[in-house]
Design a protein around this ligand. Structure first.
Ligand code: NDP
Length: 417
């Protein structure tokens, strides 16, 4: 019999888990996992809640950002992310650490109008009423203005084909601001509707957060980059070449940026931030001139390697689920930050550290040497090795001709004989 999912959202937790267990033919041991990770307060966060899904949390060390030492909490399931970030930060720390800059922290939302006979005339009409519309925006979320934030600017863009985008720039203070902005946008859209006698197609925040750009930089004497038999100046030159390739080839750029986001996403999750918003903004920014490019650049004059990462980081230290997430709050304490700007600066530095470590490994020994040790650990655990068996199984696995699940299971079986 197929389980009945009608009115599923109205069922109790016990009924819901029973229906899912029946539908998926779970054993009682499998179904017990729902209970194992269950947190009653999480019913309030998502719909159809069953259980929590634990991810490992650790800290990256060695970060010195604008002369301030920082411990960086990260939540990730990928081995080597924390090791690489700590490693990159260690090299940069020896050269004085990261410098960061953040000139503006505003979120942009858009109201889109369609089927306009004369978009230019509509644009002029809206521009002429901009001060009043900014007031409408502020009145829709008055507490923001009281905190020193609020609506800052209205920009009108003709998108072509009869479409117009009215972009509202808002200083969202300590929050990421999506919900606050959406509330403001819907109020402004109503006023624009009256003004232009058209109904807006939609009103929503844009994740292309070009008014929340953050830059992290570092300058390293090339001698710090020496890796095994590779001299520092050669490593610097190869890192600069890798950076050039990420600028001209989207295949490489995607992986270059994935490495940067490894660390940034891990901090975003650890601090209760919306990593999908950060991801979409980052990749949109990487393609801002029409070609998808690496977000960071590295150059060298033979003596110094200079690295720069500029990207949108629309993050918050309040709002969303942060207030009900004890670990997100704890992680703000570990970071020692209280403002969204400082969190964004830290995340940019993490991205640059991660990128340096990845590029240095890639252009010298290759990424697998560092990765594999950690990957082998995951493999051994997946094959059933107990923590006490791990050291010896890892040792044998490193020498094995093949490093796959079957080989690992065989090694464990032999060891247990
Ligand atoms: P909230 O809706 O939680 O709003 C921020 C809250 O923080 C408000 O309740 C505000 O209080 C409070 N607050 C307290 N102190 C401050 C301060 N100093 N500065 C600013 N706010 C303060 O969250 P956001 O508006 O930040 O929206 C983020 C959420 O929206 C995330 O969960 C995200 O996933 C989601 N989202 C994302 C979208 C996207 O990216 N496209 C779209 C829609 C939602 P008060 O009310 O008193 O001002």
């Amino acid at each position: 019999m197929t389980a009945d999912f009608r009115h599923f959202y109205q069922k109790s937790w016990a009924e819901r888990t029973a229906i899912v267990a029946e539908n998926a033919h779970l054993s009682s041991t499998e179904a017990a996992l729902f209970k194992k990770y269950y947190l009653p307060q999480h019913h309030e966060i998502i719909e159809n809640y069953l259980t929590d899904y634990p991810l490992p949390m650790g800290v990256a060390v060695n970060f010195v950002i604008d002369e301030q030492p920082r411990i960086v909490p990260m939540v990730t399931e990928e081995p080597s992310v924390i090791a690489a970030a700590s490693n990159g930060a260690k090299i940069i720390k020896r050269a004085g650490g990261f410098k960061t800059a953040l000139n503006q922290r505003e979120m942009i939302g858009q109201i889109v109008l369609e089927h306009l006979q004369d978009p230019e005339q509509t644009a002029d009409l809206i521009k002429a009423h901009a001060p009043g519309l900014l007031k409408v925006a502020d009145e829709a979320h008055p507490s923001l203005k009281k905190r020193g934030g609020g609506a800052r600017q209205l920009r009108v863009r003709q998108l072509g084909q009869g479409y117009l985008s009215i972009d509202l720039f808002v200083d969202v203070q300590a929050a990421m601001g999506a919900n606050m902005l959406n509330t403001m946008l819907e109020a402004v859209a109503k006023s624009i509707g009256v003004l232009t006698k058209t109904n807006a197609l939609m009103s929503i925040l844009s994740n292309f957060a070009t008014a929340s750009l953050v830059t992290a930089t570092c300058e390293l004497p090339v001698s710090l980059l020496q890796a095994g038999r590779y001299a520092g100046d050669l490593v610097a030159q190869k890192i600069a070449s890798a950076s050039t390739v990420a600028q001209i080839d989207p295949y490489r750029a995607a992986t270059h940026n994935k490495g940067i986001m490894n660390g940034i996403d891990a901090v975003a999750i650890a601090t209760g931030n919306d990593w999908r918003a950060i991801e979409s903004g980052a990749h949109a920014y990487a393609a801002k001139d029409g070609q998808y490019r690496g977000m960071s650049t590295w150059t060298t004059d033979g003596r110094i390697l200079s690295g720069t990462l500029t990207m949108p980081l629309p993050v918050g230290v309040v709002g969303g689920s942060i207030k009900i997430n004890e670990l997100a709050q704890l992680n703000q304490r570990l970071l020692g930050i209280t403002t969204a700007g400082d969190l964004a600066k830290t995340m940019a530095a993490v991205g640059l550290a991660q990128n340096l470590a990845a590029l240095r490994a890639l252009v010298t020994t290759g990424i697998q040497q560092g990765h594999m040790h950690l990957q082998l650990k995951s493999l051994a655990l997946a094959a059933g090795a107990t923590p006490s068996e791990l050291p010896i199984i890892l040792q044998r696995l490193e020498q094995a001709p093949q490093q796959d699940l079957a080989t690992t299971q065989q090694l464990i079986a032999t060891y247990r004989q």
